[in-house]
Design a binder for this molecule. Structure first.
Ligand SMILES: Cc1cc2nc3c(=O)[nH]c(=O)nc-3n(C[C@H](O)[C@H](O)[C@H](O)COP(=O)(O)OP(=O)(O)OC[C@H]3O[C@@H](n4cnc5c(N)ncnc54)[C@H](O)[C@@H]3O)c2cc1C
Length: 469
């Protein structure tokens, strides 16, 4: 065990992981004036979107953090969704909620994750009391009861010990914090392989695509189509027994799957990655001075796009409690309510997500997909262009530095069935969002938060407790 003379620095909170959950946690702690060290083993933001949908609670939260203006340029209203049955018949249409919006924003939105993550990082970086170290990994810790002594290794291999009054593990699905602290996952029983494909579609090919988001509830090949911001379109395609996920990620196979809608000339393949969708929730979210949040604490099939949203709810629930405990205004027992409140919410929502997934998939897929002609503007059969080989053991997708993820199709997080034309609501939403001043993507990138913090001593643009930009 480390002794005090070896400790290189003392902070109120060590946040492990600078993904969306860690960035929001660090920003909120900074806003409340707590000395915070946030570390991430990677030196940059993952440059491709994983999450595509957020909901109004999260936009409202960004508003409260003072960063809605930085986020809104990368956000667009979710379109209406249409569900099609096995024969291509329309079986359900889901329109978006009409104004006045209950929380001030349209309830479901799509967004571009990398620049939004950048805005979250900027916010955290805007507080003097927040120090960001990229390329630094947590490798061990000891909770002494009075403090947590955390062992960190930087990119050069240097190891040091930091003392933190509390640790928040936002270190993703394979969380070191969760594993070291012995918190276990409860399996909520979901395990399916899906291929997630993002395309930047050329303008002249847009007319080949559905004009709403869509769920093809075809048991032969359940598929989601999501209209992202601008020309970003996502397909989430269930893999069939016998299909090797690694093979299916190959561009020729991906274009084969997209052939009902697009050819390789119609757009740029931004990303194609196979995932196993899981439903897991940690049995404890706090042990002593150590807590977990985000994917570290739960994973759910993202049929309604809630994984990241849940992570942000976690940290907003946790930070005000930490704030009171750190200021001596509440006993540490207050932190026990974190697990109780968040775990129950996550479990309930995950149950609903699984039910939505079952309805959408409608049945177990057959070995070989028949035609999806009803959805195919080109009249071709999905799956015709790839072989159905033996099933390879898919150990899960790695992401963000080798982390396993278990994520999948996203659907509107909130909806109602009040009659409203999606055209009308989309126009109104666009008018509302158009009021917000836009900033170019590259301005965030130029500020260098996707690079190591070396030579950037601390964060000195605002004093502790001041509101970020
Ligand atoms: C295909 C797909 C679609 C999705 N769609 C949606 C959606 O529409 N809406 C939605 O809300 N969510 C969605 N999600 C889920 C969402 O992307 C995740 O829930 C979210 O990114 C998790 O954020 P996080 O901050 O908890 O973890 P991560 O983003 O995984 O960040 C964890 C960070 O911790 C770092 N780290 C790990 N170990 C260490 C260590 N020992 N020391 C230091 N750093 C460490 C990692 O480098 C990483 O940067 C989707 C996910 C996928 C894969």
């Amino acid at each position: 065990m480390q002794n005090e003379s070896e400790v290189s620095s003392y902070v109120d909170v060590l946040v492990v992981g600078f993904g969306p959950a860690g960035a929001v946690a660090a920003g909120m702690l900074g806003q409340k004036g707590h000395t915070t060290l946030v570390v991430d083993r990677l030196t940059g933001i993952y440059d491709k979107p994983r999450a595509i949908a957020i909901d109004h609670e999260i936009m409202r939260h960004f508003d409260n953090m003072g960063i809605a203006d930085q986020v809104l340029p990368y956000v667009a209203p979710f379109t209406a969704s249409q569900h099609f049955g096995a024969d291509g018949q329309l079986i359900r249409r889901i329109d978006m909620v009409a104004e006045p919006y209950p929380l001030g924003y349209t309830p479901s939105m799509v967004f571009t994750q990398p620049p939004v993550e950048m805005a979250l990082r900027h916010h955290a970086d805007s507080f003097d009391c927040v120090t960001i170290e990229l390329g630094t990994e947590l490798i061990n810790f000891t909770d002494t009861g009075d403090e947590v002594l955390a062992t960190l290794k930087d990119a050069s291999g240097n190891v040091r010990t930091v003392s933190a009054r509390y640790v928040v593990g936002c270190d993703g699905a394979w969380s070191t914090v969760r594993q070291l602290s012995g918190m276990k996952f409860e399996d909520l029983v979901f395990d399916e392989p899906w291929l997630v494909v993002d395309v930047k579609v050329h303008e002249d090919a847009m007319e080949n695509l559905p004009s709403t988001s869509a769920q093809f509830c075809n048991p032969a090949r359940p598929t989601s189509f999501i209209m992202g911001p601008k020309n970003h379109r996502r397909w989430e395609i269930m893999l069939l027994p016998g299909e090797d996920p690694r093979e299916m990620e190959k561009p020729e196979n991906v274009w084969g799957l997209l052939s009902p809608w697009l050819t390789p000339r119609d757009g740029e393949l931004w990303r194609a990655a196979a995932y196993r969708f899981h439903a897991l929730v940690a049995d404890e979210w706090r042990r002593g001075r150590v807590t977990i949040a985000g994917d570290a604490a739960h994973q759910q099939p993202p049929f309604i796009g809630q994984g990241m949203c849940q992570g942000l709810r976690d940290v907003s629930n946790l930070v005000w409690k930490l704030d009171r405990v750190l200021k001596g205004q509440s006993s540490p027992d207050l932190l026990d309510t974190y697990t109780v409140e968040r775990r129950r919410h996550v479990k309930t929502l995950t149950g609903k997500i699984k039910a939505i997934g079952r309805t959408s998939a409608n049945a177990t897929p057959r070995r070989r997909p028949p035609a999806m002609h009803a959805f195919s503007p080109r009249g071709r059969k999905a799956g015709d262009d790839y072989p159905a080989g033996d099933r390879a053991a898919d150990r899960g997708r790695t992401d963000r530095g080798g982390r396993h993820t278990g994520k999948g199709p996203s659907f509107p997080a909130a909806f109602d069935h009040r009659a409203r034309s999606d055209h009308t609501s989309r126009q109104a939403d666009r008018r509302r969002m158009a009021r917000v001043p836009r900033r170019p993507h590259d301005r965030i990138r130029r500020q260098g938060l996707d690079r190591p913090a070396a030579g950037r001593p601390g964060c000195a643009r605002h004093r502790p407790g001041e509101r970020g930009r």
